[in-house]
Structures are given as C-alpha cells and as structure tokens.
Ligand binder design. Structure first.
Ligand SMILES: NC(=O)c1ccc[n+]([C@@H]2O[C@H](COP(=O)([O-])OP(=O)(O)OC[C@H]3O[C@@H](n4cnc5c(N)ncnc54)[C@H](O)[C@@H]3O)[C@@H](O)[C@H]2O)c1
Length: 248
C-alpha cells in the first residue's frame, strides 16, 4: 500500500500496542509519519514493536498513567485500545469479574483521556477510543461486563467530544465487530473446550459476522488513521462501527 505521510510531525500515543488492534494502529500511524509512543502492560511482547518509543504501562493504574504523560509537552493523537473481555452472563459475573472489567476497560479510558486532554488543549488533536459493537450498540450473549464497560467508553467518548470541541480536540470511538487478534484466538480456544473442536468454536464467532469472516487489525488501523488525520477533521463524537455487517 502506498501510504501518505498525512501524520508527519504528529506525536501519537497508542495504548495496548503490543498485539492485535493496538499494534496494527501503532504500525499504521508510524507508516503515515507519526512519532508513535506505544505502551502496553506486556513489555516483553511490546519490545518486538520496532520504530516506536515503547513503555511498559498499566493503563488501569491512575498514578502510572499520570507519570507517563508527564514526558509530553504536546500530544496530537491518542488511540486508546485497552480492553478486557469477560465471558459470562450476569449470574456468571462475580463482583471481582465486574470490577476487573470496569478497571481495565473503563477506568483506563478515564485515566488516559484525562491525562491527554491538558496536552492537547493548545494545538488541538484527535482522540480515538477502541469501543466495540458489543456495547450500548448491540447486546451479545455472555458479554454482560464487556458490553456494559464498552457502553461506558462510548458515553465517555461523546462527553469528551462535547466538552472539548471548541478547543480543537476531536474524540471518536471506533467500534469493531470480531477481529482476528491473539485474545480472540484465546477465546476460541476456551470455547473449543465446551464445543468439542477449534473449528466449531471458530465457526461460532464467524457466524456472528454477516460478512462471513473476521475483521483484520489492519482494517481497524486504517479507520483510526483516517480519524487521527485532518481527513477526519469534521468528525467528532461519532461511534463508528466497523463490523462486517453486524449492525446493518
Ligand atoms: N478482537 C476483537 O474481536 C475486538 C472486537 C471489538 C473490540 N475490540 C477491542 O479492541 C481492543 C484491542 O483488542 P485486541 O483483541 O485487538 O487485542 P488483544 O486483546 O489481543 O490485546 C490486548 C492488549 O492489551 C494489553 N493490555 C491488557 N490490559 C492492559 C492494561 N491494563 N494496560 C495496558 N495494556 C493492557 C495486553 O497486554 C495486550 O497486549 C480492546 O479494547 C478490545 O476490547 C476487540
């Protein structure tokens, strides 16, 4: 792909950048010219990402996130990709599961966006949260904590967009359907234990997609790059589904 350098000179922060969507976003933003600061809880896997400034960071740790952002005078782009999938309905979701889901998925977004905003006020910028169609958009079986916390991410995104529109800060949420990532492969593996085979478990997830296939992290990254760039300058507060037809 012949990419433009539409993000040249931009400072971009990408969380959960070790693998899956976050990693593809970090690579795409770099390919389009941004200076990418990539972080993840898993520093070992993140260390294989070349070309970015990398840091081990637990985005659900408020103090760690504040300390991380101190290094920046100016931030232009934030893509917050941290999220946690708990599998279960409300009877199968313990208080611990619920709190963990809230902490990783929703608290982390509150911390990262809250730390980024003061660094974006002077020059403006673009924030992208990675939401999900499993949220206030659509209910899925066994996604009670995940759907609730991603709905929170969507609400946070819209509220931030409303508050900072006049300071040149845009805030949108990219909401994927099922995307082929390491954690998805893990979920398929777990489901295979009850369904009997990996093929059956994979088919269960693919059948949720009218397009008949998983999305790729690169497809999600392309949309994030658009929203990060001035090509997306007229978009803010939007919940953008990229889901192989789930929400047609
Ligand atoms: N894969 C999908 O089908 C899908 C669909 C919709 C939305 N999403 C969302 O996309 C995002 C990325 O998911 P994925 O499946 O591409 O990646 P993944 O789940 O395979 O990887 C997630 C990464 O997040 C990191 N991480 C976990 N907790 C963290 C924390 N507290 N602080 C910092 N990093 C942390 C992990 O170390 C890992 O590198 C998540 O928010 C997920 O909810 C994924």
């Amino acid at each position: 792909m012949d990419l433009t350098q539409r993000l040249a000179g931009k400072t971009a922060i990408v969380t959960a950048a070790a693998q899956g969507i976050g990693r593809a976003v970090a690579e795409r933003l770099m390919a389009e010219g941004a200076n990418v600061h990539a972080s993840d809880l898993n520093g070992d896997v993140l260390s294989t990402l070349k070309g970015a400034e990398i840091s081990t960071l637990d985005a659900s740790d408020s103090s760690a996130v504040s300390a991380y952002f101190e290094q920046f005078d100016r931030v232009d782009i934030v893509v917050h990709a941290v999220g946690y999938v708990h599998h279960g309905d409300i009877e199968e979701c313990s208080l611990e599961d619920w709190r963990r889901s809230c902490s990783i998925t929703l608290d982390s977004a509150f911390f990262v966006l809250g730390a980024a905003i003061p660094k974006m006020k002077t020059n403006g910028g673009s924030i992208i949260t990675i939401g999900s169609v499993a949220s206030s958009t659509k209910g899925f079986p066994k996604r009670v904590a995940y759907g609730a916390t991603k709905a929170g991410v969507l609400g946070l995104t819209k509220a931030v967009a409303a508050d900072y529109l006049h300071q040149g800060i845009r805030c949108n949420s990219v909401c994927p359907g099922t995307v082929d990532s390491p954690s998805l492969r893990g979920r398929i593996g777990v489901l295979a234990e009850t369904m009997g085979s990996l093929e059956e478990a994979e088919k269960y997830f693919i059948d949720r997609q009218p397009a008949g296939r998983f999305g790729t992290p690169d497809e999600i990254a392309g949309l994030c790059a658009f929203l990060a760039s001035d090509d997306g300058a007229f978009m803010t507060g939007q919940i953008v589904n990229i889901d192989g037809g789930i929400t047609i």
